[in-house]
Design a protein around this ligand. Structure first.
Ligand SMILES: O=C[C@H](O)COP(=O)(O)O
Length: 250
């Protein structure tokens, strides 16, 4: 199974900067990936097309950071799955903690986005994770159970297992420089794998689980080698091509 190294650029980089970073990254990688790696870049909506068109051919894949669960219509400010596909992207993030906690997106909407995106032909990285308060109150298992059950409530069937990826991102480790301890990552990923058995069933061993939260070139390899870690979702350290290339090659 290939490990996924994903870059979430969040609300950074205009179109020109995004295209330049793609070109630089490709140069650092000699336009080829190490064996058993897939790389997905998530630029902002406004720089998505410039990113997918930055190179005439590329080993990189692309995705959007959000999606609205409708084909078209009166949804001011929203972006549909077909618009994302039309921009040359194949993936979308759902349920990122910044959307859950800053934009106040609820589990139900995250679930609708996940199922509609998959049914529309996009591949999905669905994000889950607990806040520090929830962790300290011993609610890790409950939070992951609720988030996963509701996010994956109405998956289209049949669904190829490689099209749905889960990202575990403890909220307290995002952008804080505090990477979760290896035992925290192992525990959470094992819980997610068990929960997926109930929700998805037999293909669960092929469902990739990524870790995200203060990943950098210095810790990427160690995290990638942990049990049930099939990739990384990288924020801050993905903004500079050189640093992200080092993570890809870790
Ligand atoms: O989507 C990425 C995560 O929010 C991690 O961000 P970070 O690497 O800046 O902590």
């Amino acid at each position: 199974m290939n490990k996924i190294i994903a870059a979430n650029w969040k609300m950074n980089k205009n179109s020109k900067e995004a295209a330049e970073t793609i070109k630089e990254l490709s140069a650092f990688l000699n336009n080829s990936l190490p064996p058993k790696r897939e790389v997905i870049i998530f630029p902002s909506f406004i720089s998505l097309e410039a990113s997918t068109h930055a190179l005439s051919s590329s080993v990189l894949q692309f995705g959007a950071q959000d999606v609205y669960p409708a084909k078209d219509g009166a949804f001011t400010g929203e972006i549909s799955p077909s618009m994302i596909l039309d921009a040359g992207a194949a993936w979308v993030l759902t349920g990122h903690s910044e959307r859950r906690h800053i934009i106040k997106e609820e589990n139900t909407l995250v679930g609708q986005k996940t199922s509609f995106a998959l049914a529309s032909g996009l591949n999905v990285i669905a994000c889950v994770g607990e806040t520090l308060e929830e962790r300290e109150a011993g609610k890790l298992y409950d939070v992951l159970t609720t988030q996963l059950n509701q996010t994956l409530a109405k998956l289209p069937t049949p669904l190829s297992p490689e099209r749905l990826v889960i990202a575990y991102e403890p909220v307290w480790a995002i952008g804080t420089g505090k990477t979760a301890q290896t035992e925290d990552i192992i525990e959470a990923h094992a819980i997610i794998r068990e929960l997926l058995k109930d929700i998805i069933g037999t293909s669960v061993s092929q469902t990739r689980i990524l870790y995200g939260g203060s990943v950098k070139p210095e810790n990427a390899r160690e995290i990638l080698e942990l049990d049930n870690v099939e990739g990384l979702l990288v924020g801050g350290a993905s903004l500079k091509a050189e640093s992200f290339a080092k993570i890809i090659q870790a």
